[in-house]
Design a protein around this ligand. Structure first.
Ligand code: GLA
Length: 668
């Protein structure tokens, strides 16, 4: 396992941007970091203009001092390459390396991420600054980890990108005939007769081509990966013993297939900022952490991963920032650690006085160390040191949900029967339902081994290859339990509809046939015969071997099956043709899980108490219990609470309280 050099136990810290502060303040930073038991900080992530104030003239003196101070304080460094924010001189010198929007507007510097990742001048400058950093700091004793760039996810529509896209397409399709066929270019006279005719999906008169859009997103993911690999390889060559990573950003605008990238990072690192403040934040946190954990299995550093950035308090969201109430800092951090994160890192250490994110929270807020946030930061540091032993364990799940970046991108084309359909929201709804029912679950991508799962859920798996459909069929035939959501199996891997009736690839497996869709208005609810409701979507399902679980009791498809079940081989396949309300979805997945013989992590945990178990596979296990409710809760579980050192049986959690039990009865 490759892990930040010289670090044991859990990591704690965050982005440290000393270039924003006078040098006289740096010793105080280090002293306060020590007080908070910070172990790792990311340095230099947006410091390009300070590191290379003029082309080819480097100023490393200040960074030398910072790294020396940190080292003297026993704090290790994730040294970043600053390539997400080229200096103004760079864009003035290389206007061709500035990004172009889909509307043809060339952007200018003044923010961050304003570069074209395919522009030769940008790539060369990025390699140069990364090489200079590697040469300067290869032997620095504080260096624990290379942090390449920041949150890869930009797109551009300039001529460099168009040329790179064409090269990517030639490699994928070989010939234009195959591309024309995959993109159905016979529709609206788009037949290509020369590769040079192909553009990126720029602004056009009316709806664009969904096949082109899908391939463009796949291409951007590969292109950005190429930019990362260039830096990774030169850093690896300079310091083979120092792992290299980049921090993933999650969001529907990000054209990055993180699952596939994960084979190329030495450890998976994510940034996570829930967009909600209530219980939705807990659900989003669990979802993101489960994704990261499953991506990490593909990485040489896996199954461990790292929460690289999160917000200590106020989160920068459009409209209104929301604050973390007392206690949530620890609870949120533990929710990540419970799912395998080797620590909790934050954006950022000291709150900025100016710049675009001056009101984004920090471990050391504007108010200084005499503040609630800093006190909680100190307490978190102490808690994390007490949890070092959990590092040995990981979560074992017998339930999995399918996740596929291509599917998400295919559904982002504005050509679906309803604008309310959102792939990530569908997957999140399934995850939320299982989270509420207390089942730990994995996120699997096409091709992942399914043999360890008793239950597999495919929410809106719109696009599916023949190969994956066969794999899923084999899984059920072999005894697996499957729940398929509406809008699954519809299209092939190019995004073309599979003819013969929906849900295309899964018709036979599900024992049903659907001839048409009846999308619902966003505000519309349709009653089901079992007293629950559906929304967003409805379909007149016809049985072709399946049995009815419940039917539509209203709407345009009243009387037709809404949920079905079909035995296939040794397994069973359910179909859900509408978006069930949250409670009904939870109950349905619980039924399916019970039938599949799977139990929740802590069956007796009351609603609102999250229970996640990390086990080391050799008899030791740790049960994380997080009380997300505003009332005291009691959980019938027993063990030593690592947070307090006390033995608990049962566990009584105050409102918002947490416990991490080394479980009784476990070897150890
Ligand atoms: C991400 C970025 C940081 C900062 C925060 C703000 O984590 O990496 O630079 O912008 O978001 O939420």
């Amino acid at each position: 396992m490759r892990w930040p050099k010289g670090l044991t136990g859990l990591c704690y810290g965050g982005d440290y941007n000393p270039e924003q502060w006078p040098a006289e303040l740096w010793p105080e930073d280090v002293a306060l970091m020590r007080r908070a038991r910070v172990t790792l900080v990311t340095v230099g992530v947006f410091a390009w203009s300070r590191l290379e104030p003029e082309p080819g003239r480097y100023d490393f003196d200040w960074l030398d001092r910072v790294l020396d101070l940190l080292h003297a304080g026993g704090i290790r460094v994730a040294l970043a390459t600053p390539t997400a924010a080229p200096p103004p001189w760079f864009s003035l010198r290389h206007p061709d390396a500035l990004p172009v929007t889909a509307d043809g507007v060339r952007l200018s510097h003044g923010s961050r991420d304003t570069y074209c990742a395919s522009a030769p001048a940008y790539r060369a400058a990025a390699r140069r600054i990364a090489t200079a950093l590697a040469q300067r700091y290869a032997d620095h004793p504080a260096l624990a980890l290379w942090h390449v760039h920041n949150e890869y996810g930009t797109t551009c529509h300039c001529e460099y990108v168009a040329a790179a896209f064409r090269r990517w397409l030639r490699e994928r399709y070989g010939g234009l005939d195959a591309l024309n066929d995959a993109w159905t270019t016979s529709f609206w006279s788009q037949h290509y007769t020369d590769w040079e005719q192909i553009r990126t999906p720029v602004a056009t008169r009316y709806l664009g081509n969904p096949g082109q859009l899908l391939d463009f997103r796949r291409f951007v993911s590969d292109e950005l990966l190429g930019a990362y690999l260039e830096q990774r390889d030169l850093l690896r060559a300079a310091t083979p013993e120092v792992p290299v990573t980049t921090n993933y950003v999650l969001g529907d605008w990000v054209p990055v297939d993180h699952a596939r990238w994960s084979a190329e990072v030495d450890l998976v690192a994510i940034d996570h900022y829930p967009s909600e403040s209530g219980p939705g934040a807990e659900e989003q946190t669990a979802f993101a952490a489960d994704l990261a954990r499953c991506w990490a299995r593909r990485s040489p550093g896996g199954p461990a991963w790292l929460l690289m950035e999160s917000a200590p308090n106020l989160i920068l969201t459009p409209g209104r920032m929301h604050a973390k109430e007392p206690g949530r800092l620890l609870r949120h951090s533990l929710a990540h650690v419970a799912r395998g994160s080797r620590g909790a890192m934050f954006f950022q250490w000291r709150a900025s006085r100016g710049g675009a994110e001056l009101f984004h929270s920090a471990l050391l807020p504007h108010a200084g160390p005499e503040s609630r946030t800093f006190r909680e930061a100190v307490a978190l540091g102490e808690s994390l040191t007490r949890l070092a032993e959990v590092d040995a364990g990981t979560v074992a799940a017998r339930v999995a949900i399918a996740w596929d970046a291509s599917c998400r991108w295919a559904m982002q084309a504005t050509v679906l029967p309803s604008a309310s359909l959102d792939y990530a929201a569908e997957v999140a709804a399934a995850h939320r339902a299982l989270w509420r029912a207390g089942y730990p679950c994995d996120l699997v991508i096409p091709g992942d081994d399914l043999s360890g799962y008793a239950l597999l859920v495919l929410p809106a798996l719109y696009l599916v290859s023949d190969r994956y459909a066969d794999q899923v069929r084999g899984y059920v035939a072999g005894g697996g339990h499957l729940v398929v959501g509406y809008l699954s199996g519809i299209a092939d891997e190019y995004g073309r509809v599979r003819p013969g009736g929906y849900p295309g690839a899964f018709r036979d497996l599900l024992g049903i046939r659907v001839e048409e869709f009846h999308p619902l208005d966003p505000a519309e609810r349709v009653p089901l015969a079992d007293g629950t409701t559906g929304r967003l979507w409805s379909e007149p399902v016809r049985l072709a071997g399946a049995t009815v679980v419940t039917t539509y009791a209203g709407g345009t498809v009243a009387g037709r099956p809404a949920v079905t079940r079909h035995d296939h081989g040794a397994g069973v396949a359910w179909y859900v043709s509408t978006r069930l309300d949250d409670d009904a979805y939870r109950d349905l997945l619980r039924r399916a899980a019970e039938r599949a013989g799977v139990a929740p992590a802590c069956p007796a945990a009351p609603p609102g108490v999250e229970a996640v178990r990390r086990g080391d596979g050799a008899g030791r296990s740790w049960l994380f219990l997080l009380n997300h409710t505003a009332t005291t809760q009691t959980v019938p579980a027993a063990g030593t609470d690592l947070l307090t050192g006390g033995h608990l049986d049962p566990v009584t959690l105050p409102p918002g309280g947490c416990a991490v039990l080394r479980e009784d009865g476990a070897a150890g």
